[in-house]
Write a new protein. Structure first.
Lengths: 337, 272, 320
């Protein structure tokens, strides 16, 4: 099932196409499905956000693109991932190593944990360069990369060890390493969650600038809808392993149609809107091995109808470009703006 | 009401006490000059010693006594080390703690000399149970340094801080929160100490310093010519027996730990 | 009458550099901070990492010692109280912690965790009364009474936070210091915990000292806000005023950096240059001047004092 136009205006195929991806984890002989039929498309040069709370499967989806999950316990249960036209799920390790770095790069949530504390920052950037652009693995290139991510005095900084840098600087170094190989797709998994809010603003600006200057496509994983509002072009909301709503960012935030999206927005405190009471979502996110029957959100949904527990709804395009997995999306909810 | 973690240790202490007392009562067979130096046969599987005692019985007796004596030394060391470690952690940074730290470091370097001095001062009226006291006085830093650092690390955990914020008294904090969390780290230390003490007792007995006759060290000394003449696997039996003892005790502890881990991991997974 | 009054509080650490060198520089985690909390109200403490808000929260309830200033709680000076007296005072103020996974002893079940708080102050004479109290506390925070027999590992992050709240309520305090109570949980659970805290406040007349880096949550729950930077208060006032018309450049940057859902509007954002400062080597003069877009020469040499620029609105900036 294709969620969007598979060809953009200039006739290019989307950079990333995920079709009916199913990923499971094996535990005690049982297979638990963590990502259940996820499909989406990311066009070249855009910022695509995958939003959801912990346990919804967004990180597993992101890691699956470059097959970064250890195959026991992870299992590829189905679907295909077309990265630049090639199905990465069918690739062998050798082909994947070519793809990782040159086509797709990752930055993760805890930059301190992703950087080796024993080696200097410059040597780690150099390692990344040596892997993909060995001719350019020079000090001047390292300086150029560090400057590009906004690190002041890069000639001095490159001799520092990650432990001597602040969280924001470490994340910038991570971005520099990710960009060293000129990837087409940059996957950022909660890149600012561990950072202060003013530093978060800097990093988000940096990502925007990278997109503008280099034309890099960005796939951003986050739980924060507000970040989505700031930098995303297109959003997909995930819940319990499925996409429940997908639309252009402005559209989704102005008119959220799925009860879960609406409930999420109503549960977030918004600066300057203190008189609006927070409406919590009752219950907890279901664990993947105890998924509710029918619609996965129905136990927590204020609009739940009797047949919501019987039939699992399909993801349908209810308005142009706006997909929702709920047959009752038209009923108004208290949080409608 | 005794906490669950302490139950296991309480049982261990009771078993150790039984072993210690029991081993003290184990007596080697009396000499029988009529059966001196016999070769191995059906009646005497390993033959007899020059003074007529059955070799197998002698060996078994020696091993049991070695185990009992080392257990006693381990117990003393752990008790002293635990007490000093906890006190040092309570007064961390203050003079008492610094003094303790200096003494511990000195003992690390000069312990054997101190031990030798103690032994020389009371020889030859030493017996293995008193020797254990000397050993504990020299070896307690092994336990106290671990206890101190663990106690300090655990005290920084949020749940200990939370208990302090609620107003729990310091002694209760130590017994309910800090000590149970470090018991897991103490267990392998105990096994290591036990093995070390067995070796130490054997060595001291070998060089003739005050352990009872028919102790492991003495026997090894007497048996030197025998040791040099028999195939290697005879001597390995002694080592194998004691290793098996240590190993099986360690295995029981490990299985318990693994089981606990599986149970808690299972619960974590189901909660996800 | 102010429930809690802190005057000129100072907390200093001496970071050890190496075994042989004495640290010459002190880390002024909290530098001359004064504030007051009234009974039943919520005061929000906002700032980023290194600003000292967490240290201040712990100092105010005497979990760490103060190196200057004094703290008066409910009319009694508790700055230097120790031992048994301090433990008795602890009944009046409690704390809930940030990390739901580490703030409950994994070896004790929920009933024991809450029961320990009850026992520490001898609040129950018989076993039945104690058990009833535990069950009613669990119900008050939205958990089943039967959960008292379970262990923390069987609960989710949000539920563990509720258990922590139940523990704090067990001693019937007048003030609860909430140290980042919702930072470690998901958005949907955040709303549950925030609502629970507000309901409990309305029912029991609790005062809160809310410490958080999340300005939106703080604005939502607090009547007044204190903004901290490098151990000092840079602005304080009504939460509405602080958010809608902040006067200090740092507060302005903070407010503009918070991402909000405003579809269709691209706000003009004030993005601060430079890095979060290290409290070990604070800048001279105004601590914010290296990152301040409006900094003048006098900002480098003279530290500005906290002045009242409008009733109840204090700012420490030469240019406000």
């Amino acid at each position: 099932m294709k969620l969007r136009e598979t060809e953009s205006a200039d006739g290019l195929k989307p950079l990333l196409e995920v079709n009916e991806l199913k990923v499971g984890f094996e535990r005690d002989g049982k297979s638990i499905c963590v990502v259940d039929g996820v499909s989406f498309c990311v066009k070249r040069g855009e910022t695509f956000c995958l939003v959801g709370e912990s346990g919804c499967g967004k990180t597993v989806t992101a890691l699956s693109i470059a097959k970064l999950l250890a195959t026991p316990p992870a299992q590829w249960l189905g679907g295909q991932i077309l990265l630049n036209g090639q199905d990465t799920l069918q690739m062998q390790e050798r082909e994947l190593r070519q793809v990782r770095g040159s086509v797709i790069s990752y930055i993760f949530q805890e930059p301190g944990a992703s950087l080796n504390p024993a080696f200097s920052v410059g040597s780690q950037v150099k390692d990344a360069l040596k892997l993909h652009r060995p001719d350019d693995a020079t000090d001047s290139e390292i300086v150029r990369l560090l400057t590009a991510v906004g690190i002041a005095a890069p000639e001095l900084r490159m001799r520092d060890c990650p432990g001597e840098l602040s969280g924001g600087m470490q994340q910038r170094v991570m971005i520099a390493i990710a960009l060293a190989s000129n990837p087409k797709l940059l996957v950022a998994d909660e890149p600012t969650t561990a950072l202060d809010v003013t530093i978060q603003a800097q990093i988000l600006e940096l990502l925007q600038e990278i997109k503008r200057r280099l034309g890099t496509t960005i796939l951003l994983i986050t739980h924060n809808l507000a970040i989505v509002s700031e930098i995303a072009d297109h959003v997909a909301v995930m819940y319990a392993g499925q996409i429940v709503e997908s639309a252009p960012a402005m559209e989704l935030l102005r008119r959220p149609l799925h009860p879960y999206t609406k409930a999420l927005i109503a549960a977030m405190p918004r600066l300057g809107h203190v008189t609006e009471k927070l409406i919590p979502i009752r219950g907890v996110v279901p664990s993947p091995n105890a998924v509710p029957s029918g619609c996965r959100f129905h136990p927590r949904c204020t609009l739940a109808q009797p047949d919501c527990s019987q039939t699992a709804p399909e993801l349908k395009e209810v308005e142009p470009g706006h997909w929702v997995r709920c047959p009752y999306w038209q009923r108004s909810a208290p949080s409608e703006k | 009401m005794i906490r669950r973690e302490y139950m296991a240790w309480l049982i261990g202490v009771v078993v150790a006490a039984i072993l210690i007392v029991g081993s003290a009562g184990v007596v080697p067979p009396p000499p029988n000059t009529q059966q001196a130096s016999l070769s191995p046969s059906a009646a005497h599987v390993l033959g007899t010693a020059p003074d007529g005692r059955d070799m197998l019985l002698l060996c078994v007796t020696a091993m049991i006594r070695a185990a009992g004596e080392s257990l006693w030394a381990t117990t003393l060391t752990v008790v002293i080390g635990l007490a000093i470690g906890m006190i040092a952690a309570t007064f961390a940074g203050r003079p008492a703690d610094k003094v303790q730290g200096v003494i511990a470091k000195l003992l690390d370097c000069a312990g054997p000399f101190l031990l030798a001095a103690c032994l020389a001062s009371v020889a030859p009226r030493i017996n293995s149970w008193k020797l254990a006291v000397f050993l504990a006085l020299v070896a307690w830093p092994n336990v106290s340094t671990v206890v101190r650092s663990e106690a300090l690390a655990i005290s920084r955990m949020a749940y200990v801080e939370a208990a302090r914020a609620v107003g729990v008294k310091p002694l209760r904090l130590a017994l309910n929160h800090v000590l149970p969390a470090m018991l897991d780290r103490l267990a392998p230390l105990c096994f290591g100490l036990f093995g070390g003490f067995v070796a130490l007792y054997g060595a001291l007995g070998f060089i003739g310093v005050g352990v009872t006759e028919q102790g492991l060290g003495f026997m090894l000394f007497d048996a030197q010519s025998f040791i040099r003449s028999v195939p290697w696997y005879w001597m390995s039996c002694f080592g194998a027996f004691l290793s098996l003892l240590l190993f099986s005790a360690g295995m029981i502890w490990m299985f318990k730990k693994l089981h606990a881990q599986f149970v808690s991991a299972d619960l974590e997974r189901n909660r996800l | 009458m102010n429930l809690l009054e802190a005057k000129n509080l100072k907390v200093v650490f001496w970071p050890k550099r190496s075994m042989f060198a004495w640290a010459k520089e002190q880390l002024r985690a909290v530098d001359d901070v004064s504030f007051a909390v009234e009974a039943g109200e919520t005061l929000g403490l906002v700032g980023e990492s290194g600003c000292g808000k967490t240290t201040l929260g712990r100092a105010v309830i005497r979990l760490i010692p103060c190196d200057g200033g004094n703290i008066v709680f409910d009319g009694e000076d508790i700055t230097n109280v120790t031992g048994k007296q301090l433990r008795e005072q602890r009944r009046k103020f409690q704390m809930i912690f940030q990390d739901p996974f580490n703030s409950l002893n994994p070896r004790m079940n929920v009933g024991q965790i809450i029961g320990e708080a009850i026992d520490a102050h001898g609040l129950s004479d018989n076993a039945d009364g104690r058990w009833e109290k535990i069950e009613s506390l669990l119900k008050a925070v939205g958990l089943e009474p039967a959960y008292a027999r379970r262990y923390p590992r069987e609960f989710s992050g949000g539920q563990r936070q509720r258990i922590g709240i139940a523990r704090a309520l067990a001693v019937e305090p007048k003030l609860i210091v909430c140290d980042e109570p919702v930072s470690a949980v998901d958005v949907s659970i955040q709303a549950q915990i925030v609502t629970l805290l507000q309901d409990l406040q309305a029912e029991r007349g609790l005062a809160y000292l809310l410490i958080s880096h999340d300005l939106a949550v703080v604005e939502h729950m607090s009547r007044r806000i204190l903004v901290m930077y490098l151990g000092k208060v840079v602005e304080s006032g009504d939460s509405n005023t602080i958010v809608s018309s902040p006067q200090h450049p740092y507060t302005q940057a903070l407010v503009s950096a918070v991402p909000t859902i405003e579809p269709g509007t691209k706000r003009k954002r004030m993005v601060l240059g430079g890095d979060a400062p290290s409290p070990i080597n604070p800048p001279s003069g105004c601590p914010f001047h290296p990152r301040c877009p409006l900094a003048e020469t006098r900002c480098k040499s003279d530290a500005p004092a906290l002045r009242e620029i409008a009733p109840g609105h204090f700012v420490s900036c030469h240019l406000a």
